[in-house]
Ligand binder design. Structure first.
Ligand code: NOJ
Length: 765
């Protein structure tokens, strides 16, 4: 089989090449470097440039032409085709090209492929690396089974500004937590061996600093001090690179005045020279063209030169490499060595993916193609339900409103209560809305004949025609924000009638999935007016109100906190979302999620990240106008802090014990703490360890997460947790950007969130 598949390399090369009668020797398949060099020797300039093009199936050129272009050696890889039957003819075409170099197939597999897991921000809320690993492995298994080789993930952009629509796509605000997740996902996407048929290459994105766009407005400028970059924003990309990510997708934004796609410092000095990245750099969609609009290139020729000089290997979607690189090389403006390096990295990625040994490694044989790509049997529902349950965050629970009794009559209201498509969240790959379980379905299945669910929609997501038009304009297949044509008051009245007949109200409110997406930045974090009006009418009934939030970013929840009896943050929880949420509402599962991002009280308060640098006049509660850092019209601090989340049980932490109060370099310090479940239910919590460097040569943060552990405890059970800290945990980038641990006092802070902590001190000698 293998030999048959390799034949095209030899046969076609001999039939069409200048050596028609003397076939070139077969490729040295067992030696990566030799294979790359052999191919580079045989390739024409046009074939080399062809390898540098990543083409979107569907939007970049008519489907019929793609096979032709591939066979002509003018395309190196494609994205956006997601079935083996679509990908096979393209691979056939690649093998028909003069040198028979296989192409690879990429896709945005961000939080699941056919089975959709909770959105990334929700995955981070689990603080459970095993659950996240499960989501990554299942994604790789499903994507590779559809003939895909590479995912444009993980997206590890740190974000401190929830106005940014892509907040939903990342893992929150903390460099340590996001780095842990980045490494976990890279390892699980890529599996034990990248060349295994069920592994896909990870391409970490968006390098770099995309989450810091000014004002949270997508594609906006990023301008940042080098210290902040190194301390807060770069670590997750570095963690992905260190975990062996095969690819890096370059950001669309500028980094201190130079677009990332033309930024030699970023892509060469930092990524390649300092970090030692040897993999593939991929530009984001149309980014090389955008160098013209950024105004750093007067014409396409310069844009292509800047990009290849900076280190973009594979160009996504634009045609400037195709049009301009041949002339640039022929005129000696771009040395052929630069092209060879980029082509070498594309070929290297294909080699690492096992495609030279078997171009059909993930596409398989036609006889084995699934009869139905969306067959139920291809889904991993148990895994999705398990992970989704883990990612829900209980924000409020007055008088133990939750869990609900199974016998209860529940009024289930809200525009998101029965919405399949929103359950998917944005970037839901090949997920199918109809295969999701809505909250209504989940709740009805859970209460069965024991209780009753009365459903009323109550409101549209929004009644603002301008917003509806915008949201439906996003590149979905069909309009997603569908309006109930009844007058708003009629819908509210129906919901209120349902509430009056019920013991408790469950209101599913928040955002449509398109509201937290690429190009979906918001100036307001409030619930849309239609939903706020619904909640106010429900509160007026006096019935207990459980607010189930579905949204992709922190919302402004002051009113909800004050008026609801219980609040459960469910984000967009994926294929099994409805079951998972019902499991928590009815107490089948005790919630254990913790926020991976601070929730501000208002937009004006942004940013509210917990690990901010110390101030000369930190906020002190007291008389108005006391000249400490505050807004005089709003309380200080986040409404819900980073790391926060409740449980149906209670936990107590002991005072931390240190193995010593002096730490010598090269040695470790053990921090131990006991956690007790003092409530009546089994439950999981997350013990969080923060550090503060009390005096530094530069200003240091008030605290930084350094370790965490999620653990499950039976009622009354106590567990001793030990964390080891060493010199490397105390290091930071000083004013000269040296990475140092300075002698002096440190405070260890332990807590079940970032705010309520118990501290101890030690000294680094
Ligand atoms: C643009 C987005 O910024 C990026 O995240 C995505 O991977 C590409 N489009 C491909 O879909």
């Amino acid at each position: 089989m293998m030999i048959k598949r390799l034949l095209p390399f030899v046969l076609l090369a001999s039939a069409m090449s200048p050596y028609a009668f003397a076939a070139p020797p077969a490729l040295p398949l067992d030696d990566r470097q030799a294979l790359i060099e052999t191919l580079l020797e045989r390739m024409t300039l046009a074939e080399k440039i062809g390898q540098l093009r990543l083409i979107s199936i569907g939007s970049d050129m008519p489907r019929e032409r793609i096979a032709e272009e591939i066979a002509a050696g003018r395309i190196g890889a494609t994205f956006n085709s997601v079935t083996r039957t679509d990908n096979r003819p393209m691979q056939d075409a690649a093998l028909r090209s003069r040198l028979g170099i296989p192409i690879f197939f990429a896709y945005d597999v961000i939080h699941g492929h056919r089975t959709i897991f909770p959105i990334s921000l929700a995955l981070a809320s689990s603080w459970d690396l095993e659950a996240i690993a499960l989501s990554g492995r299942v994604s790789a298994i499903e994507a590779s089974a559809d003939g895909l080789d590479l995912t444009f993930a993980p997206m590890v952009d740190i974000t401190r500004d929830p106005r940014w629509g892509r907040t939903s796509e990342g893992f929150g605000e903390d460099p340590y937590l996001v780095s842990q997740i980045a490494g976990t996902l890279v390892r699980t996407y890529q599996g034990q061996r990248l060349s295994a048929s069920d592994s896909v290459m990870a391409s970490v994105k968006h390098f770099a600093l995309y989450g810091a766009v000014e004002g949270g407005r997508d594609y906006n400028v990023v301008d940042m001090s080098p210290q902040r970059m190194h301390q807060d924003y770069l670590p997750p990309y570095r963690a992905a690179v260190d975990a062996g990510a095969g690819g890096v997708m370059v950001a669309l934004n500028t980094v201190n005045g130079m677009p990332a796609s033309a930024n030699r410092w970023l892509l060469r000095d930092l990524l390649r020279d300092d970090w030692g990245f040897r993999g593939l750099n991929i530009s984001d969609h149309g980014a090389i063209d955008e160098l013209l609009r950024h105004g750093v290139a007067p014409d396409g020729r310069t844009a292509a030169r800047l990009a290849i000089e900076a280190g973009i290997d594979l160009s996504m979607h634009d045609s400037l490499y195709l049009q301009e690189l041949p002339g640039l090389v022929e005129r000696g403006e771009v040395p052929i060595e630069l092209i060879d390096q980029a082509v070498g990295r594309v070929l290297g990625a294909k080699y690492d993916l096992g495609l030279f040994h078997d171009p059909y490694l993930r596409i398989g044989k036609a006889a084995d193609d699934p009869v139905e790509v969306n067959a139920e049997s291809r889904l991993h529902r148990d895994a999705a339900r398990q992970v989704a349950r883990d990612s829900l965050v209980l924000l409020e629970n007055r008088q133990q409103t939750l869990p609900l009794r199974k016998e209860a009559t529940i009024a289930l209201v809200g525009p998101l209560a029965d919405s399949h498509v929103d359950m998917l969240g944005s970037w839901s790959a090949a997920g199918v809305a109809a295969q999701t379980v809505t909250l209504r379905q989940g709740l009805e299945a859970a209460v069965g004949a024991t209780g009753q669910v009365i459903h009323a929609r109550g409101a549209n997501v929004t009644d603002d025609p301008r917003l509806i038009e915008y949201l439906n304009f996003l590149n979905w297949d069909r309009p997603e924000v569908t309006q109930d044509p009844r007058p708003p008051q009629a819908m509210i009245d129906e919901a209120v009638r349902a509430a009056r007949e019920a013991d408790v109200i469950v209101a599913a409110v928040g955002e449509s999935r398109g509201m937290s997406h690429e190009s979906s930045s918001r100036t307001s974090l409030a619930l849309p007016a239609s939903q706020q009006a619904l909640l106010e009418a429900l509160v007026a009934t006096g019935k207990p109100l459980v607010v189930v939030l579905m949204n992709g970013r922190p919302l402004q929840l002051g009113w909800v906190k004050e008026h609801a009896d219980a609040v459960l943050e469910t984000w967009f929880s994926g294929t099994e979302g409805g079951h998972a949420i019902a499991d928590v509402l009815l107490g089948e599962h005790n919630p254990s999620g913790k926020l991976p991002i601070s929730f501000p009280r208002s937009v004006g308060q942004i940013p509210t990240y917990y690990n901010h640098p110390r101030l000369g006049r930190p906020y002190v509660e007291g008389r108005p106008g006391n000249y400490t850092s505050q807004y005089f019209d709003e309380s200080n601090g986040a409404l819900y802090p980073f790391g926060y989340g409740l449980s149906y049980t209670k936990f107590e932490l002991s005072k931390p014990q240190l193995s010593g109060h002096k730490l010598k370099r090269g040695q470790n310090l053990e921090v131990s703490v006991t956690v007790k479940n003092t409530g009546e239910r089994a439950g999981a919590t997350v013990v969080q360890l923060y550090l503060q460097d009390l005096v530094g040569s530069s200003v240091r943060p008030v605290k930084e997460l350094k370790r965490f552990e999620k653990l499950m405890l039976e009622p009354g059970e106590t567990r001793l947790i030990r964390f080891e800290l060493g010199e490397s945990d105390l290091k930071f980038h000083d004013a000269k950007l040296d990475y140092v641990a300075e002698p002096g006092e440190f405070e260890v802070q332990l807590g079940l969130d970032s705010r309520a902590v118990i501290s101890e001190r030690f000294e680094l000698l």
